[in-house]
Ligand binder design. Structure first.
Ligand SMILES: [Zn+2]
Length: 435
């Protein structure tokens, strides 16, 4: 008992300097008509007072919005004035965050000399807790050292705070193979996204013998954490668990950070992003202003045979495809939908998690400057022309418990079901056929 108490005190001290969310509430709201939906969109992008935990999609689905104590009365009055259904989903956000502290990987990174004798625990990463960036880097370096014939890594950029952005390539060599391109951790607080990406790497490389076809017949280009400054900030003793953007200062503003997933240069700032540096969807002062978006752009443009692109996010259990910046369907809409539906069917088959696949703008919400639209844009338009492009929103579901603080005991179930989806994508890339 005493030891538990000591541990609890130590954990509390470790996060004592983090931004606190006492009295913050998350509301679940549902718009009834286009007018009230548009009110929500205005709140999303035209003030920085409301933190949308899930994206507004349409009238058929509720969304979760965090509101600070000082803005709660106004928020409730707005909901009532526009006849928007609302309820309190999480009455105390700080408690959610405190409960999540037990889900953080505290395994120390072992010096190499101690590891060489041990058959297990070569790296400190596990999938029963969430790991900070240094543990992810160590995991990648270990695997590259152990499987040099399957995996390589290169630095595609360095952030303002000096963190390297890495791209892992998993390949058995040869030319003219198609490839799957993916990035994770563009939004700092979405911890499940790198937790799946690292699992995917582990599965492809460490379990290669169980399914060599997925590496022999195609190449994988994977960015495990695209926004390492932001990601580290969500773990830092003086950081903020709910940080979303990168950590670059904005000239003329006290507010930090750009939403990298609004900063891409294909139809940049044409709706569904914010001009306000304090907003969580701030698109930056111009397209391609951020080191992270530039690094991803240049690295992905260098890949000539990309067939599928997946941007890994959380949460809402969706597999969304372009366009997001217009309600118009993409020219290959039927193909995008067919692969998306097959993916969610494979995922659902594991334990019934009700993923949905749809065009990003299939509801009422437009967003621009996002990675998935750019990934599908043509070389002539400045993109890589990857024909199949998706934004994957992982667990929890749209009404899911705990939001970004998905309990760590769900990491492995999340990863196992998504791995089935990625196997299906890989089979499709190899054979050109869906089951
Ligand atoms: Zn996201």
């Amino acid at each position: 008992m005493k030891q538990l108490l000591v541990l609890a005190v130590l954990v509390a001290l470790a996060f004592a300097g983090q931004k606190r969310y006492d009295g913050y509430q998350v509301y679940e709201v549902k718009a009834k008509d286009k007018l009230s939906f548009d009110v929500l969109i205005k709140l999303y992008h035209e003030t920085a007072n409301y933190d949308f935990w899930t994206e507004p999609r349409g009238l058929d689905r509720s969304i979760q919005i965090m509101v600070a104590p000082a803005h709660q009365q106004t928020f409730v009055e707005l909901m009532q004035a526009f006849n928007i259904e609302y309820s309190v989903k999480f009455p105390d956000v700080q408690r959610l965050i405190d409960e999540g502290h037990k889900d953080i990987n505290t395994t120390p990174i072992l010096p190499k000399v101690h590891r060489s004798n041990s058959r297990e625990a070569r790296y400190s990463l596990n999938w029963t807790s969430y790991s900070d960036y240094p543990a992810i880097l160590e995991f990648i370096n270990e695997l590259v050292a152990k499987y040099p014939n399957l995996m390589s890594v290169r630095t595609i950029g360095t952030t303002t705070e000096g963190n390297d952005i890495l791209m892992v390539k998993i390949s058995t060599g040869g030319n003219n193979k198609k490839s799957i391109v993916a990035d994770a951790g563009i939004h700092a607080r979405e911890w499940i996204s790198p937790a799946f990406m690292t699992w995917l790497i582990h599965e492809l490389v460490e379990n290669y013998a169980a399914h060599p076809q997925y590496v022999d017949n195609l190449d994988w280009y994977l960015i495990p954490v695209l926004n390492p400054d932001g990601y580290r900030y969500t773990f830092a003793a003086n950081g903020d668990r709910l940080w979303r953007k990168n950590r670059d200062p904005n000239p003329g503003s006290a507010c930090i950070g750009t939403d990298l997933n609004r900063n891409y240069g294909y139809f940049w700032n044409t709706g569904g992003s914010s001009n306000l540096p304090c907003s969580d969807t701030y698109h930056g002062g111009a397209p391609w202003t951020e080191k992270e978006s530039i690094a991803a752009r240049d690295a992905i443009l260098a890949i000539t045979n990309g067939e599928v692109y997946v941007a890994m996010h959380s949460y809402s259990e969706d597999m969304l495809y372009p366009w997001g910046m217009t309600y118009d369907p993409a020219p290959n809409n039927a193909e995008l939908d067919a692969l998306g539906q097959a993916f969610v069917k494979a995922v659902k088959a594991v334990e019934g998690t009700p993923y949905i696949s749809a065009q990003s703008s299939s509801g009422l919400y437009i967003a621009s400057g996002c990675t998935d639209d750019w990934a599908m844009s043509t070389r002539a338009e400045g993109g890589p022309g990857i024909p199949y492009s998706y934004t994957l929103e992982m667990r929890p579901g749209p009404n899911g418990a705990a939001g970004f603080q998905l309990p760590a005991n769900q990491i492995i179930p999340n990863n196992l079901e998504l791995w089935e989806g990625f196997k299906l994508i890989a089979d499709f890339v190899i054979t050109g056929k869906l089951p």
